[in-house]
Design a protein around this ligand. Sequence first.
Ligand code: ZN
Length: 360
Amino acid sequence: MLIAINENNQSVLAVEANKSTRYFCSACQGNVTLKRGEIKLAHFAHLSKATCDAFSEGETEEHLKGKLGLYQSLENQGMTVQMEAYLPELKQRPDVLVTVNGMKIAIEFQCSPIPIDTIRSRTEGYLLNGYAVMWVLGKKLHVKTSLTAAHRAYLYKAGNQYVLHQYDSQNGRTHTLSGFHKKASRNVSFKSSVSKECPLLLCNHDVPVNDLSRIKERSVSPKTLIKEKEKVRRLSLSRQESSRPFFEQLYLNRETIDSIPLPIYGHVPHEWLIQSSPYLWKYTMWKWLEEKPKMFVLTKHNLSRQLEVWLNENRLSYYYIPTLNREEQLRPFIEFAHDLTVGGYLYRLGEAKWKISQSR
Ligand SMILES: [Zn+2]
């Protein structure tokens, strides 16, 4: 812990504390001692460890340093910020608590991996109590080649898009990843920006542009789709576990890789939200449409209702992403409807309204 209370009930940062004063824990009121060594950053530790559930001892140097770095740079921006504020209603103590336009944001500098269920329960605890939570990832958790399910659970919604903050406590730089989208069957693509003077998106007000704008520019060529289809054909031979349910569905419906619409093999920008096989959910939507009468009109509304059915029947699952709403869940499906339209399988009637093409 980096902050404690002195005998006059004032909060004191460990870096500004001195050995001759008595200090207490802000959560359990227990005695704490100042530790100031050569290697680790100055910090406090409980004299008796057993009693306090708000503070865990044995924080790493990276964690101590990062907390202080994040706290100080936000404070330097003139923001209302508290270090290790104890929240009795949650029995939690976020690393840093910042208040922006009346909104309280808990900042958690996470340096070691924890299970997704833990990320989820902590995130939801904050949200239920009226706090936003911004996870900031330490070195060990930084995105390397691909965005994992855990990375998705750490996402923060800024404006109308998701961002992921990674902090380097050595140089005080924040790397903000944004604009997540899927281009081909490869990893999820994103942009990365580095900021030194202002960590996190809190101080700069230019929230990145809505990445939905990409949909309109996007047009996938049939040549690319044929290439993707060949990849799927190779996948069918490799017996990869994750794509097996798709091939099973094809088999059950007496269909083959070549008998179903080509756009099923394409990739839409927001499919990174969906955990199920990218071919399976597209095929499921196509099958549903195919069984509809000729005059059926596909709308966002009936798609949303059908999505509810698929989710209840466990035919589809999304990654856990905090605050993911129905509108966002629908995006990949709308993008796929766009691809089906380009491919001539659907006919666009208006904004988010389609008819099944007669010529199919
Ligand atoms: Zn304590």
